[in-house]
Write a protein that binds this ligand. Structure first.
Ligand SMILES: *[C@@H]1O[C@H](CO)[C@@H](O)[C@H](O)[C@H]1NC(C)=O
Ligand SMILES: *[C@@H]1O[C@H](CO)[C@@H](O)[C@H](O)[C@H]1NC(C)=O
Ligand SMILES: *[C@@H]1O[C@H](CO)[C@@H](O)[C@H](O)[C@H]1NC(C)=O
Ligand SMILES: *[C@@H]1O[C@H](CO)[C@@H](O)[C@H](O)[C@H]1NC(C)=O
Ligand SMILES: *[C@@H]1O[C@H](CO)[C@@H](O)[C@H](O)[C@H]1NC(C)=O
Ligand SMILES: *[C@@H]1O[C@H](CO)[C@@H](O)[C@H](O)[C@H]1NC(C)=O
Ligand SMILES: *[C@@H]1O[C@H](CO)[C@@H](O)[C@H](O)[C@H]1NC(C)=O
Ligand SMILES: *[C@@H]1O[C@H](CO)[C@@H](O)[C@H](O)[C@H]1NC(C)=O
Ligand SMILES: *[C@@H]1O[C@H](CO)[C@@H](O)[C@H](O)[C@H]1NC(C)=O
Ligand SMILES: *[C@@H]1O[C@H](CO)[C@@H](O)[C@H](O)[C@H]1NC(C)=O
Ligand SMILES: *[C@@H]1O[C@H](CO)[C@@H](O)[C@H](O)[C@H]1NC(C)=O
Ligand SMILES: *[C@@H]1O[C@H](CO)[C@@H](O)[C@H](O)[C@H]1NC(C)=O
Length: 546
């Protein structure tokens, strides 16, 4: 049994924490707990406060709320309580306003107290007034209402020894409103996390730097946008755009502690794409498609010749009409359309990623395509005269806005011969149905890329190939007779990611239990044709559903 580095990290962290249990409350914290007369949330995993009637209305980006819920899993909602323990990523373009101090899988049954208090007079108002005038010096603001919600030394779910402390403070007068986040000790976690806020349709949102990676959130207490370690302050009445908030401040306190997010370069097998290549972009539209694209050279496809094509956002190409289908049908489908599926599934470029395309009739791309075809089909002599490149670059799956999936479908023709070349980059695991390959009218010709029709193992596509080039699949498609024989397929199945739902509750921090579960999973996978020699290793345990 080998645990992944993330998991080991967590265990190591727990042992360190248990040696230094006594923590001092950061000075930035507002009064809280029984000494401050707080109301406690019930100790209930995934629970919430009852509805809290606000003693003064709270303006939030154009809406004004009279009530709020403090949810045990580290976030505040206005219209209804939330038991969600897996945060969605901001911006989610969803239908609710949410304020996330640290939205993650917390469990106040095991450890810690979640409590809240609202004030309309006294020292807390004075302090809030001073803080806001310090952080936003030009407003001449006087707080008339303060709401303090505190998560004090609360455990993460299934990590009962961890302690995480933070506060979300709402401050308002009749015109202005603000959020302060105060971060104390924040334990590292393997649970997904999100901190900041997000509004209905994401017209306004903030993701606090470093807050969306569980392994770097311990830095929150050293980070700031107002020059006070551990504090983030935002004006939220909507009167001022985010970029204008205190423009002189930054995370300079300990900005080096925040892990930079570096964009990964595109895989070397990818053909040029994106705005630098002069691509045209598809509309940012869930289930949308390109307009009809007139081909600069006809494309032969198993006996038919096409003059036009559509690039459909959900990962496939069609010729006669656009397709908004987000659930693929299985090949061979014996239907009445020709279809080419790079990765036909429920993608959503409306939240993340770019889908773009371009066709070429001269230049380096033709040279590269000719070389590739002559390498992959050594018995053919083909000089590409036309290349069409469609790219899905870091596109999210529908409902999983933080996922990124990248692939290309390249059509190549010399007037007689025609080919499809599919390049796979990072492919996120998904539970949406998927299909990759091609299918023709009446399924006279079709190909399903092995394992491409199972969302839990498609991340392996970038390690597979039928031409001995990792991540690339190539097919001759002018007729059905000349495809690369099965024997040359070199699918490399050494890397498989999948998610498993376990119905009964087991303590998966106990390696005896994880071994039992892994053996059961292995038996299931062998039933699906995987060799008995496969070895399963645990990378991450995450509770995704009750
Ligand atoms: C809230 O919980 C704390 C810790 O369990 C306890 O000491 C305190 O009395 C509780 N407060 C109320 C008002 O029940
Ligand atoms: C700030 O507001 C107070 C009343 O709330 C007023 O007396 C004072 O003159 C104002 N100061 C400025 C600089 O506007
Ligand atoms: C709110 O704005 C209105 C209109 O600008 C103004 O008359 C009022 O004094 C403001 N209230 C406060 C508390 O600043
Ligand atoms: C959010 O977007 C939907 C769809 O575009 C629209 O119908 C709705 O009015 C928007 N809601 C708000 C509060 O802007
Ligand atoms: C987040 O960090 C990046 C660089 O690390 C910086 O450019 C950006 O301004 C930061 N954002 C905020 C809101 O501080
Ligand atoms: C964060 O700040 C605390 C004191 O507030 C300090 O002990 C710790 O070393 C700092 N961590 C980093 C990564 O700078
Ligand atoms: C495909 O469908 C047609 C009817 O549209 C049927 O005659 C034919 O047998 C089907 N072929 C296969 C392989 O199922
Ligand atoms: C390709 O050519 C080689 C020799 O150049 C020959 O041995 C092989 O059979 C040919 N393959 C096909 C599919 O024609
Ligand atoms: C597909 O099958 C149908 C029914 O068998 C037939 O009428 C049609 O001509 C076929 N289409 C093609 C392109 O073979
Ligand atoms: C696959 O490619 C590697 C180099 O990338 C080469 O060493 C190996 O011989 C190739 N295998 C086959 C079967 O062509
Ligand atoms: C499969 O991938 C592993 C790890 O990247 C590598 O060691 C192995 O040689 C690969 N096998 C094939 C057949 O490419
Ligand atoms: C792990 O679970 C097994 C049975 O599932 C139990 O016998 C064992 O005591 C547990 N180990 C620990 C350290 O809790």
């Amino acid at each position: 049994m080998r645990l992944s580095p993330v998991f080991q990290h967590l265990l190591v962290f727990i042992s360190v924490l248990s040696l230094s249990r006594v923590q001092t409350t950061a000075e930035i914290f507002y009064p809280f707990g029984s000494a401050a007369g707080d109301t406690n949330n019930t100790a209930a995993d995934d629970g919430s406060s009852s509805v809290i009637q606000l003693l003064s209305p709270f303006p939030f980006f154009g809406r004004t709320y009279q009530q709020i819920y403090v949810n045990n899993n580290g976030h505040l909602t206005f219209n209804q309580p939330s038991s969600a323990f897996v945060p969605y990523s901001f911006p989610a373009r969803g239908s609710q306003d949410v304020i996330a101090g640290l939205w993650t899988d917390l469990d106040n049954r095991q450890r810690g107290v979640v409590s809240y208090h609202q004030y309309t007079s006294g020292n807390v108002l004075t302090r809030a007034t001073q803080d806001i005038n310090t952080h936003f010096p030009n407003l001449n603001f006087t707080a008339s209402w303060v709401f303090v919600a505190t998560w004090d030394k609360v455990a993460y779910f299934s990590s009962t020894n961890t302690e995480t402390s933070f506060q979300v403070i709402l401050i308002a007068d009749s015109n202005f409103s603000f959020i302060l986040m105060n971060y104390g000790e924040i334990a590292v976690t393997g649970h997904p996390v999100q901190a900041g806020y997000d509004t209905i349709n994401s017209t306004h949102y903030i993701v606090i730097n470093g807050s969306n990676s569980g392994s770097s959130i311990s830095n929150l207490r050293n980070s700031s946008n107002v020059g006070v370690s551990g504090r983030w302050a935002f004006r939220v009445d909507g009167g001022l755009q985010i970029s204008e908030v205190n423009p002189t401040s930054s995370t300079t306190t300990v900005s080096t502690a925040i892990l930079p997010v570096t964009a990964k370069p595109a895989p070397a097998i990818f053909y040029p794409f994106g705005s630098t290549a002069g691509d045209k972009s598809n509309p940012f539209d869930d289930d949308g498609s390109s307009s009809v694209i007139q081909l600069l050279s006809p494309f032969p496809f198993f006996g038919r010749t096409y003059q036009q094509i559509y690039v459909n956002n959900n990962g496939h190409l069609t010729f006669d009409k656009p397709s908004s289908l987000y659930t693929p049908y299985s090949f061979p489908a014996n239907r009445s359309q020709d279809i080419i599926a790079g990765l036909w599934t429920n993608l959503n470029n409306n939240v993340r990623g770019v889908i773009s395309y371009q066709q070429y009739t001269d230049g380096n791309v033709l040279t590269r395509a000719s070389q590739d075809i002559n390498t992959h089909f050594p018995n053919l002599t083909s000089n590409a005269s036309w290349v069409f490149v469609a790219t899905w670059d870091k596109v999210a799956y529908f409902n999983f806005s933080s996922t990124e999936t990248s692939f290309q479908v390249v059509l190549i023709s010399d007037g007689n011969f025609s080919f499809i070349l599919i390049n796979y980059g990072d492919i996120a695991v998904t539970e949406h149905p998927v299909q990759a390959g091609y299918d023709t009218v009446n399924s006279t010709d079709y190909f399903v890329i092995p394992e491409s029709n199972n969302g839990s193992i498609i991340s392996n596509l970038r390690n597979s190939s039928n031409v001995n080039v990792t991540g690339r699949w190539v097919f001759r498609v002018d007729s059905g007779q000349h495809n690369i024989s099965k024997e040359t397929e070199t699918t490399n199945s050494t890397v498989i990611g999948f998610r498993v739902r376990i119905k009964s509750f087991l303590d998966l921090t106990n390696s005896t239990n994880t071994n039992t579960v892994l053996q059961q999973i292995k038996r299931e996978m062998v039933k699906y044709g995987l060799p008995n020699s496969i070895e399963l290793k645990l990378r991450k345990v995450q509770r995704i559903n009750p």
